[in-house]
Design a protein around this ligand. Structure first.
Ligand code: KE4
Length: 435
């Protein structure tokens, strides 16, 4: 019996009744081939699959698990909240407590609305920007992913890039035509769009650190230039911090780079692994949201008490233990440096982009990856072989070249040492292929 036989059987069963056998495309291993691994439990830095194999996890549920899996006090708060009922469909004080925490940690947010996913947050934020400005056009960047809202599935990143179908069927031309595409880290491409459409552009939405083309940091001055061009044209600047919020610093990318957007979208960490998204910004703009204003947005499970309990405990833990970011920085830096050193010593052309505890190893002849065009040239077949070599060594990486690795506060020296050793083993397999 091979070491994944129960996952193979589970996948065979699932794909008969769930599209592609998964509830989110990137999980299907299309980007790396093979059968997705089914997990039964997770704890700290570790995942255990249904065949009993244990892995050091660098996906972290795609970002939420910054404290590590099954963090004791988060679990405790989830259980406690659930014992008082799972959903009331009515306001609770805990929602106000989470809103206060978000506002205290994200510099630009004066008012915030909770929703149930990052996609809901970004869809709502652009509707609000359109309602507030009275304009229809949105600017997004090729390779950036903002969830699966119709307006965003135009040259999207993440799973859309992985699947090679960036423009999804089912998105009406009338909707797609309201989305303008610019190139990340190319301010000239933004200026050209504003020169032609400036007074019709409601907002720019941007990942302040791109994570869905693989990790690509903003070039010096890029975010500031976006801030200036939106102010000059009466458009809003939306920072999609679903991934970077509370990840790259306790105040997200906007605190790290010192830029104040008009609106911010959040997800992942804000829910501590439970389904929460959020969008917020200046009171003057957020007050346009129903029922205080005319821009409609609603959700049965928005502000769900069990999810909110997880979010509160996660953010409180982060806020009260700022040294977490020092540990994340030290471990992520050591891992990234060691991986690149090994690649160089084995003659494997690669680049590792890292911002805080999110990083991506790109297999590329380029000596830097600064844009989606750069990322698209990567050797995705070599990444796939590396992925499976690491998987066999007990290291679980994102099953796509166009995703971010995440290090958690539960990854200690031992786990980083282990990952470095296993990386050397995996790369030496690749280096034999090259000769
Ligand atoms: P969700 O709807 O998946 O909660 O959030 C959408 C979203 C919005 N904005 C950014 C910057 C994001 O990264 C995401 C979702 N990220 C992907 C991983 N790259 C989620 C994983 C998946 O699609 O299964």
């Amino acid at each position: 019996m091979n070491q994944y036989c129960r996952s193979e059987a589970a996948f065979e069963k699932a794909r008969k009744i769930i599209p592609g056998g998964v509830n989110s495309p990137v999980r299907a291993f299309k980007g790396v081939g093979g059968i997705p691994v089914y997990f039964s439990k997770a704890n700290g830095a570790f995942l255990t699959d249904i065949d009993g194999n244990t892995y050091i996890d660098f996906v972290g549920s795609w970002g939420p698990m910054i404290l590590g899996h099954a963090f004791p006090s988060v679990i405790e708060q989830i259980v406690k909240a659930a014992q008082s009922g799972t959903s009331f469909g009515a306001p609770t004080e805990a929602e106000t407590e989470l809103a206060e925490l978000i506002i205290s940690m994200i510099p630009s947010i004066e008012m915030v609305r909770l929703v149930s996913s990052g996609t809901e947050a970004t869809m709502s934020a652009i509707r609000l920007a359109r309602g507030y400005t009275g304009r229809d056009l949105i600017v997004k960047f090729e390779g950036c992913y903002h969830g699966h809202g119709d307006s965003f599935l135009i040259a999207a990143g993440s799973g859309a890039a992985t699947l090679g179908v960036p423009n999804s069927p089912g998105v009406p031309e009338s909707v797609a035509s309201c989305t303008l595409l610019a190139k990340y880290n190319d301010i000239g491409s933004v200026k050209s769009l504003f020169a032609e459409h400036g007074n019709k552009i409601a907002a720019i939405i941007v990942e302040p650190v791109a994570g869905n083309m693989g990790v690509v940091a903003p070039a010096d001055g890029f975010l500031q230039a976006l801030r200036e061009i939106t102010i000059d044209n009466g458009s809003l600047l939306i920072f999609d911090e679903v991934m970077t919020g509370f990840r790259v610093s306790s105040g997200g990318a906007q605190m790290l780079y010192g830029i104040e957007p008009d609106l911010t979208t959040l997800g992942k960490i804000v829910g501590g692994g439970m389904p929460i998204g959020a969008y917020g910004g200046k009171k003057e703009i957020m007050s346009m949201i129903s029922p205080s204003g005319p821009v409609y947005q609603a959700g049965t499970l928005s502000g769900n008490p069990v999810a909110v309990a997880a979010g509160i405990e996660t953010l409180k833990t982060i806020k009260n233990n700022p040294e977490i970011y020092l540990k994340l920085e030290k471990n992520a830096d050591r891992l990234a440096q060691s991986i690149i050193k090994s690649c160089k010593s084995l003659g494997i052309p690669a680049v590792c982009n890292r911002v805080g505890s999110m990083m991506t190893l790109f297999f590329t002849e380029n000596n830097q990856i600064l844009s989606y065009d750069d990322a698209k040239q990567c050797d995705t077949a070599r990444y796939a072989r590396y992925f499976h070599a690491m998987l066999k060594e007990g290291i679980y990486l994102p099953p796509s070249q166009f995703e971010a690795w995440f290090i958690s506060a539960a990854h200690n020296d031992t786990e980083i040492d282990n990952a470095i050793d296993k990386n050397d083993a995996a790369l030496s397999i690749l280096s034999k292929e090259i000769k």
